[in-house]
Ligand binder design. Sequence first.
Ligand code: PLP
Length: 419
Amino acid sequence: MDKGVRKSPMLDPYKIREDFPIFSSESGKNLVYLDNAATTQRPRQVIEAIKWFYENKNANVHRGHYPLSEEADRLYEEAHERVAKFIGAQSWEEISFFQNTTHAISSIAIPIVEWGLSQGKRRILLTVMDHHSNMLPWRRAAELIGAVVDYVKVTEGGYLDMVDLERKMNDDLILVALPHASNVTGAINPVEKIASLTKKYDALLVVDGAQSIPHLDVDVKKMGIDFLAFSGHKMLGPFGIGALYARKDIAEELTPVITGGGTIKDVTLEKIEYANLPYRFEAGTPNVAGAVGLVAAIEYLENIGKKNIFEHEMKLLHELRKMLEEIDWIELYPKKTFGEHVGTVSFNVKGKNPHIVGKVLGDFYNIALRTGLHCAHPYHYAIGAGEGTVRASFYIYNTEEEVEYLVSSLREIKSKYLS
Ligand SMILES: Cc1ncc(COP(=O)(O)O)c(C=O)c1O
């Protein structure tokens, strides 16, 4: 591919690529990386921040009174503050670190449902479009402690059915949990509007931000979100670090289920007194280096600006959709877009297994895409893609040339290998 000629007016993906060592590595130099919804690549700044921590500040936190440990404490606490500012939380105490989105939601599901039951409520409202990570923890919590689960349907195009949502809301609702943006269609849900409904019924709004925080400006207070989880590795940060925003007045009333070292103020053989927020949810030794790397990722993204990131992705998204819409042997999900989307496009070559399409694109064209059911089986069944889809997902270093290369490669494989 001829690289380096065109650039986006909003941000320069070619310049950005220079910060990402993978793109000049042996495995990455001709790689067209379109699997960003699974995990992003990491810039030098993040890799160096982690290295800096291990080489200069490595000590466990909350245990030592020697200077190195206190410095690690300070860095770790500052990381909570930085994340709080990034998503508009009121205080650092509202941020707890977990391994990832899945771990954050799994850790909080039972405490929230238990709290809801204690308020005399019984129902949990999920959506058909949820990733399994924001579906199974609630189902398991309901099964274990006796709540009832219901699901908001999606429309034929895969958008959240707002009429069905309103129909299913009542005073018995503990919470509504949903993805801010879908990892399959990229559809963005109207979180603020849904927050005004949850407030009306005194229910909690739990948002899976795994696919929105990397791309959109999110302000939890302004948007009326009560809990929000996201993963560092989907926003240029390290693996093994994710965050949970938990509204303070509710979180203070929750009893953790993953407990042990670090989560308590005092323990006797008769009683347990849990630690203040946020540490009551952070059991065991945390990923301090990961938190430092996450801060570097936030700073990198803020330097570019979320608005620029979103506009860049929209340009690539519209370009890809426009090209694919013109091909009659491609099935797009959804066929036509209505609301807003993040930079994720799922499609199929009609009549062909998505894994085969992905394998050929990977092996012969060095294009990295995700194929299959993307941990969202019910959603795929609902949109009529029971065998799965091929998913291209963009980020800041993707280019228009890569979009064109994907489409020309698809055309070539169709005639060479798939006819
Ligand atoms: C919408 C959504 N939620 C949750 C997750 C789970 O993220 P993690 O594997 O980082 O826990 C993903 C991952 O793809 C996702 O796309």
